[in-house]
Design a binder for this molecule. Structure first.
Ligand code: 9Z3
Length: 318
């Protein structure tokens, strides 16, 4: 089934309730960093949902834990970029990603002596916690990171377009790193029931419609000068590079990071108009907890600097 246009999608879906607040935050953040000539990376992260009911009990989800986006955001900060971290609510976030589950509580000791309770970090955990805490504090006290969150696919698109509108003034200093796993399908609003679907009514027949490809207006209209990087997720190796290259040919942006669901944490392929470059972690590196995102972002920062060089911009901060 053919998809509607992106204009029709925005016309049919109201902006989320917190949209104006987020738009003001994005505007302030971009204007402040633009003033200083900083580079900004918009990192999208996590999966979008497609609600099956307006009062949503059930939804279709896109797979993504937010590992790629949250780790990459940290590396962009390390390279001197300001970061807009646009993420699925409750997916992994920069810095706190290191302490998911019970990890943080396991690092603490508690002593109860009479009315005084003291909580301390276990001596052998200080070495783990300190460097992360320092980087976290530095990023936040410098106002270098802004978090905005989405849940549904339409919330994602409203935020993405608003972020682009604010980033467009930065021209080529803006990087868009679109790692979020975005649904290709949705249910048109007028076919979504208000209340929870009842099993007594029998098995529901749900027809999904194609989401319009937002990369086209994004690259051509919203941020025509930005350095745009999209991600291609496949499960079949044979489709991976051909589909990544097809996307690059179609949308004419700067890079597609291609990855397979099964191997995404230790292998990616960077596809640019000029080359196809594989990044592969060794077994030892995986074991030692090396983030593949460090290498992806390093290469991206290098290419972005090359792209900026003709504009006379200084190289990225180390
Ligand atoms: C990705 O391919 C990301 O690398 C992952 C990261 C979602 C695999 P995790 O968050 O996983 O570390 O668990 N993102 C893009 C997925 C996507 O929706 N791509 C679209 C497609 O493949 C194009 S924009 O068609």
């Amino acid at each position: 089934m053919a998809s509607g246009t992106w204009e029709e999608f925005f016309a049919a879906h109201l902006p989320p309730p917190d949209f104006e607040d987020n738009r003001s935050l994005l505007k302030e953040f971009c204007e402040r960093h633009d003033q200083y000539g900083n580079r900004i990376a918009l990192v999208t992260s996590g999966g979008t949902t497609v609600p099956l009911e307006h009062n949503t009990v059930r939804f279709v989800d896109n797979f993504s834990a937010g590992t790629r986006g949250s780790a990459s955001a940290e590396y962009f900060l390390e390279h001197g970029y300001a970061v807009i971290f646009m993420h699925r609510q409750k997916s992994l976030e920069p810095f706190t990603r290191h302490f998911s589950g019970q990890k943080l509580l396991d690092m603490l000791d508690i002593q109860e002596r009479g009315p005084n309770t003291t909580i301390t970090v276990k001596p052998d955990s200080v070495d783990v916690l300190a460097p992360i805490l320092l980087r976290y504090k530095a990023a936040h006290s410098a106002g270098a990171i802004l978090h905005v969150s989405f849940t549904t696919v339409s919330e994602y698109f409203w935020l993405l377009r608003a972020a682009c509108e604010c980033l467009t003034n930065l021209g080529p200093r803006a990087v868009l790193y679109l790692a979020a796993a975005v649904s290709d399908f949705y249910i048109p609003k007028d076919r979504v029931p208000t209340h929870k679907m009842q099993s007594a009514s029998g098995a529901p027949v749900i027809q999904l419609q194609l989401v319009p490809k937002m990369l086209a207006p994004l690259v051509n209209l919203w941020v025509p000068e930005a350095y745009v990087v999209s991600f291609k997720l496949e499960t079949d190796e044979n489709l991976l590079v051909p589909k990544a290259r097809a996307a690059l040919d179609k949308y004419k942006h700067k890079m597609v990071v291609a990855n397979l669901l099964q191997t995404r944490h230790h292998r990616v392929i960077l596809v640019t108009p000029d080359e196809t470059q594989e990044i592969l972690l060794t077994r030892e590196e995986v074991h030692a907890g090396v983030d593949i995102e460090a290498s992806i972002v390093l290469e991206l920062v290098r290419l972005h600097a090359e792209h900026l060089a003709p504009c006379g911009a200084p190289p990225a901060a180390p």
